[in-house]
Design a protein around this ligand. Structure first.
Ligand code: B3K
Ligand code: ZN
Length: 889
C-alpha cells in the first residue's frame, strides 16, 4: 500500500545489475505468526555495470541482522529506502548474511510466503521474493539455491522446495528439517517452498533417454481421488516436449502442488510447480469437460516453462511475453496434438481465437492497451495480460506460419543453442527465428512494439479475359494510448480460392515458382501499407477464403454477400473460415436487429428460416457428418461482449435483448433439429473426458439451452431429467444452468440440492456461485445477497472471482443496470479487495475499461464509480494504475 504517486518504470531505462549473485543458502524457521529467514549469498561485482552500489529489494520485512563478509553492518553502511536496501561502497566480492522476519498468516496478498488452509506456500513471480528476504530480485540475476526448511513435524510433515531433496531429519523438540538443492541457476521469481499436511500421488516415469524421473502431485488429504488426470497430463506433456521440440526434463524429480488460495492459474517454479486447485483436481463428479481440458493445458503450460522461461528466462519484466507468449503457443499446440484429428485441431484453434476476440481485442482497443513487449509499467502484475499471453502466442504462431513447423523448430533449436542458462530479450527470440531461416525479420519487430489490433481490408478483382484474380490488401492500425501513428506490419495472410462448387482451386501466384503440384492455400506476406497479389490461371470467378486458420491477429474487413458467407460456411476446406463465415452472418443479423431495437422497431423473426443465416444453421445442424464440437461452435452466437466491440455506442440492454431474441427464434425455427441433436449426442455409459465425447456433450447441451428458450414444461422436464440422471459434472451443471435461466418451477430446489450435495467441494461451490452470478434474473441485489452466504468470502480469489467477476464480466445486461447500481457494487468490491489483495482488486478494476464506449447516461455513472475508486485512500499501485489509465484522456 502506498499513498505517494507511484513510479513508472521504463523499458529504455534498463541497466545491468551492479552485482551478480552466485550462490544462495537459505534457512527457514516456519511459523505462521513469525517466520525467520536466514539468507547467506555470495555476490560478485558485474564489470559491465555502471551501478556501483549493491541494490537489494525488500518489502514488508523486519530486518533483524545484516552482515557483510563476516561483519555486522552499521546503519551508516547501508541505506534503507521504501522497498530497497542499498549497501554503500561494497567491495568486489561480497558475502551477505541477512536475517528477516515475515508474518505469513497476515499475508492476504498471496505474494511471498503465505498460509492457505494451515499450510505454507510461496508465490514469487513477479516480485514476491522480496517479501521473503532482501535480494536483487530481478529476473536477470540468476543463482544456485540451497534451502533448509525447519518446522513442527506434526503440523508440517511435508517440507518441499526446488530441485532435489538432499537431506532430512529430526531436530528433537517436535520439529524436523529438510534440505533441498536446486542444481540449476534460476532467477528469484522461480523460488518456491511448500510446507504442511499434504499427500501425494507419485509415479516413476522413464524419459526417451532411458533416465527415470519421479513425478508427484501433492494435494490435501481427501483429494487423492482427483489427481489422476493431472498426473496423466504431466506425463503427456513430458513426452510431447521430447517429441515435438527435443526438450527433456532436466531434473530427477518434478512436483505439482495444489493450493486453494492462489492469485492466478499456476506457477512454474523450478521443479516445484504450484497450482490453483482449479487446475489440478478433477474427477467426473466435480469437474466438467472444460475443467479437464484446462487442467491438461495448464499442466502442459507450466511444464513447458521449464525450458521456455526457466532454462531461458527474461532479462527484465518488459520481456514477459518472451516466455509467456511462447509458452501459451506451446500449450495450444500441445492440446491440439493431444486431440489428434484435423477437425478437432480446428475446434481448438477456434476456441483460442474466441478468447482473443472476447478479451484481447477489447484490451487492445481500451485504455490499458499496450504492446506485446510493453514500454512502461507502474505495477508489473498488471501486465500479465491477454495481450502479453494470447496476442504474444499469436505473434509466435506467425513465425510457424511463415516458416512451417520445421523452420520453426530450427529457430527454437538455435534459440536454445544460443541462450540456454541466460536471461534474454524478445529480440533474441526473433533473431534466432530469422537466422535459422535465413530471413530478415526486422519489420516483424513491430508486432512487439506497437499496440492496437491491425485492420486488414480486402479488395478483389477478377479479370475474365486474362483469367487473373487480384487480391489487394490494405492495412491500418487505430491509435492507442501513447501511439498515434503506426508503421505497417509484416502480416502473413493465408488464402485460398473456391470455385463455384466449393472446391479449392490450385493456386498460381504471379512471380512465384513452386515445385510439384500447385498448393490450395498460400501465405501472402503483406509488408506494405497496401499491396496487390495476382493469381493466374483462375478459370472461374472464385470466392476468396482469406486469413485461413486466423493466420494473423487482425480484424479482417471484407465485403461478402450473405450468399457468399453461407457458401463459405458450407464449403470452405478451412474449418476456421467455415466457422468464421457463420459468425459474420450471425453478427450481421444481430447488428441489424440491435439497430432496429434502438429505433424502437418491433423485432420480427417470421422470415428467419428464409435468411442465409437460417438456412446455414439448418444445414450445419442437419449435417450428420460434421464433428459435433465444430457444430457447437458454429451454432453459438457471438457473445454480447464481442457484439459490443462492433458498435460505436454500446447499449448492453439492446444487445442482450436481440441476442436473446435470436436464440429464441433459432430455437423455434429448428425445434425438431435441436431435439434430434439432443438425442443423437447423448453419451451413455461411463464418463470419459476425451474430445469426441466432450464434443457430443457440448452440442447436446447447446441443444438443451436452445430448447429451454422455448420455456415449455416439456423442456423443463428434459432439463430436470438430465440433472437427475447425470453421471458427470458437465451434464449436471448444464442442466442446472438451463433450469436457473428458465421459469421452471424446480429451479430453486435444484440449486439447493446442488449446494447440499457439493458443500464440501470448494471448486463446485465456485460453480454454484458463478452460475447464479451469470443468470439472467440475477441483479445487483441478488449478488449482494449471495455475498452474505456463509460460503462466501472475498479472501479466497477463486470465490471472489466466481461471484463478483462472473457478475461484472459475465452478466452485462444486469451489471449495466441503468440506475448505475452495478457500478456502485463494482466500486465497493474493488475497494474492499484492494485492502485484502491488490492483484485481485486490480483485475476486477479492469471491468470498466471500456466505459467510454457506452451510451452517455451509463458512461457518466461508470466514470463516477471509477473516480470514487481513484479517490480512495491507501490505494495499491496495482489498482491506482488501472483506474488512472482508465480515466486518462
Ligand atoms: N508465470 C505465472 C504467472 C505469474 C503471475 C504473477 N502475477 C504463471 C504462468 O504464466 O505460467
Ligand atoms: Zn506462463
Amino acid at each position: 500500500m502506498r499513498t505517494d504517486t507511484p513510479l513508472t518504470i521504463y523499458r529504455k531505462d534498463y541497466t545491468p545489475p551492479g552485482f551478480w549473485v552466485e550462490t544462495v543458502e537459505m534457512g527457514f524457521d516456519l511459523d505462521p505468526e513469525a517466520t525467520h529467514v536466514a539468507t547467506r549469498m555470495t555476490l560478485k561485482r558485474n564489470p559491465a555495470s555502471q551501478n556501483k552500489s549493491l541494490l537489494l529489494y525488500g518489502e514488508a520485512l523486519r530486518l533483524v541482522q545484516l552482515r557483510m563478509n563476516g561483519k555486522a553492518l552499521t546503519k551508516r553502511a547501508y541505506t534503507l529506502g521504501p522497498g530497497t536496501l542499498e549497501i554503500n561502497n561494497p567491495p568486489d566480492h561480497v558475502t551477505l548474511e541477512i536475517e528477516t522476519v515475515t508474518h505469513p498468516n497476515l499475508n492476504t496478498s498471496l505474494m511471498g510466503l503465505y498460509v492457505s488452509d494451515g499450510n505454507f506456500f510461496t508465490q514469487c513471480e513477479a516480485e514476491g521474493f522480496r517479501k521473503i528476504t532482501y535480494f536483487p530480485d530481478r529476473p536477470d540475476v540468476m543463482a544456485k539455491y540451497k534451502v533448509m526448511l525447519r518446522a513442527d513435524k506434526e503440523k508440517y510433515p511435508v517440507l518441499l522446495s526446488n530441485g532435489n531433496l538432499i537431506e532430512e531429519g529430526d531436530l528433537g523438540d517436535g520439529r524436523h528439517y529438510a534440505v533441498w538443492e536446486d542444481p540449476f541457476k534460476k532467477p528469484s521469481y522461480l523460488f518456491a517452498l511448500v510446507a504442511g499436511k499434504l499427500v501425494c500421488q507419485e509415479e516413476k516415469y522413464t524419459l526417451h533417454s532411458g533416465r527415470e524421473v519421479l513425478l508427484q502431485v501433492w494435494v490435501e488429504e481427501g483429494n487423492l481421488d482427483k489427481t489422476q488426470h493431472a498426473m496423466d497430463s504431466l506425463k503427456r506433456s513430458i513426452r510431447w516436449d521430447e517429441e515435438r521440440f527435443g526438450l527433456e526434463l532436466d531434473l530427477d524429480r518434478f512436483m505439482i502442488v495444489a493450493v486453494g488460495d492462489f492469485n492466478m492459474g499456476a506457477m512454474e517454479n523450478k521443479g516445484l510447480n504450484i497450482f490453483n486447485t482449479k487446475y489440478v483436481l478433477a474427477n467426473p463428479r466435480i469437474a466438467t469437460d472444460t475443467d479437464y481440458a484446462n487442467i491438461e493445458s495448464v499442466v502442459g503450460h507450466e511444464y513447458f516453462h521449464n525450458w521456455t522461461g526457466n532454462r531461458v528466462t527474461c532479462r527484465d519484466w518488459f520481456q514477459l511475453s518472451l516466455k509467456e507468449g511462447l509458452t501459451v503457443f506451446r500449450d495450444q499446440e500441445f492440446s491440439a496434438d493431444m486431440i489428434g484429428t484435423d477437425s478437432a485441431r480446428a475446434v481448438k484453434r477456434i476456441e483460442d481465437v474466441r478468447v482473443l476476440r472476447q478479451a484481447q481485442f477489447p484490451e487492445d482497443a481500451g485504455p490499458m492497451a499496450h504492446p506485446v513487449r510493453p514500454d512502461s509499467y507502474v505495477e508489473i502484475n498488471n501486465f500479465y495480460t491477454v495481450t502479453v499471453y494470447e496476442k504474444g502466442a499469436e505473434v509466435v504462431r506467425m513465425y510457424q506460419t511463415l516458416f512451417g513447423r520445421d523452420g520453426f523448430r530450427k529457430g527454437m533449436d538455435l534459440y536454445f543453442q544460443r541462450h540456454d542458462g541466460c536471461a534474454v530479450e524478445c529480440d533474441d527470440f526473433r533473431r534466432a527465428m530469422a537466422d535459422a531461416n535465413g530471413r530478415d525479420l526486422s519489420q516483424f519487430e513491430l508486432w512487439y512494439c506497437q499496440s492496437g489490433t491491425p485492420h486488414l481490408k480486402v479488395d478483389t478483382h477478377y479479370d475474365e479475359v486474362a483469367k487473373t484474380y487480384a487480391i489487394t490488401l490494405t492495412q491500418s492500425c487505430p491509435a492507442t494510448p501513447g501511439q498515434a501513428q503506426k508503421q505497417p506490419y509484416h502480416i502473413p495472410v493465408a488464402v485460398g480460392l473456391l470455385d463455384g462448387s466449393g472446391r479449392d482451386l490450385p493456386l498460381h501466384l504471379g512471380g512465384v515458382e513452386i515445385d510439384g503440384p500447385a498448393p490450395t492455400t498460400m501465405v501472402l506476406e503483406l509488408t506494405q501499407q497496401r499491396q496487390s497479389f495476382e493469381f493466374r490461371n483462375v478459370p472461374v470467378h472464385p470466392v476468396p477464403s482469406i486469413l485461413r486458420g486466423f493466420s494473423a491477429p487482425v480484424v479482417l474487413e471484407i465485403d461478402y454477400s450473405d450468399a457468399e458467407l453461407a457458401f463459405l460456411m458450407a464449403h470452405d476446406s478451412d474449418p476456421f473460415n467455415r466457422w468464421e463465415a457463420g459468425q459474420r452472418l450471425a453478427m450481421r443479423r444481430l447488428l441489424a436487429l440491435a439497430d432496429a431495437v434502438q429505433k424502437d422497431h418491433a423485432l420480427s423473426d417470421s422470415e428467419l428460416q428464409e435468411t442465409a443465416l437460417g438456412k446455414a444453421y439448418h444445414k450445419i445442424l442437419s449435417d450428420r457428418m460434421l464433428d459435433p464440437a465444430f457444430c457447437e461452435l458454429a451454432l453459438t452466437l457471438p457473445s454480447e461482449t464481442v457484439v459490443a466491440e462492433q458498435v460505436d455506442v454500446v447499449d448492453p440492454h439492446a444487445i442482450h435483448a436481440v441476442r436473446q431474441f435470436m436464440r429464441r427464434s433459432l430455437a423455434a425455427a429448428m425445434r425438431v433439429e435441436w431435439e434430434v441433436a439432443y438425442q443423437a449426442n447423448r453419451t451413455p455409459g461411463s464418463y470419459s473426458p476425451d474430445a469426441a465425447a466432450a464434443g457430443k456433450r457440448a452440442l447436446k447441451n447447446l441443444a438443451l439451452s436452445y430448447l429451454m428458450e422455448l420455456d415449455e414444461p416439456q423442456m423443463h422436464l428434459l432439463a430436470q431429467g438430465q440433472y437427475d440422471q447425470a453421471n458427470n459434472m458437465t451434464d449436471r451443471i448444464a442442466a442446472l444452468s438451463a433450469l436457473v435461466n428458465s421459469s421452471a418451477a424446480g429451479r430453486d430446489e435444484a440449486l439447493a440440492r446442488f449446494y447440499a450435495e457439493f458443500e464440501q467441494e470448494a471448486l463446485v461451490i465456485d460453480k454454484w456461485f458463478a452460475l447464479q452470478a451469470m443468470a439472467r434474473t440475477t441483479d445487483v441485489a441478488k449478488v449482494r445477497d449471495l455475498m452474505a452466504h456463509t460460503a462466501f468470502t472475498l479472501k479466497n480469489p477463486n470465490r471472489a472471482r466466481s461471484l463478483i467477476f462472473s457478475f461484472c464480466n459475465g452478466n452485462p445486461a444486469q451489471f449495466h443496470a441503468v440506475d448505475g447500481s452495478g457500478y456502485e457494487f463494482w466500486a465497493d468490491q474493488v475497494i474492499a479487495l484492494n485492502a485484502i489483495n491488490p492483484q485481485v482488486a486490480a483485475r476486477l478494476a479492469r471491468s470498466l475499461d471500456r466505459w467510454r464506449k457506452y451510451a452517455p447516461a451509463l458512461q457518466e455513472k461508470m466514470q463516477a464509480a471509477l473516480k470514487r475508486v481513484a479517490a480512495t485512500k491507501s490505494l495499491s499501485k496495482d489498482v491506482l494504475e488501472v483506474v488512472t489509465k482508465s480515466l486518462a484522456n
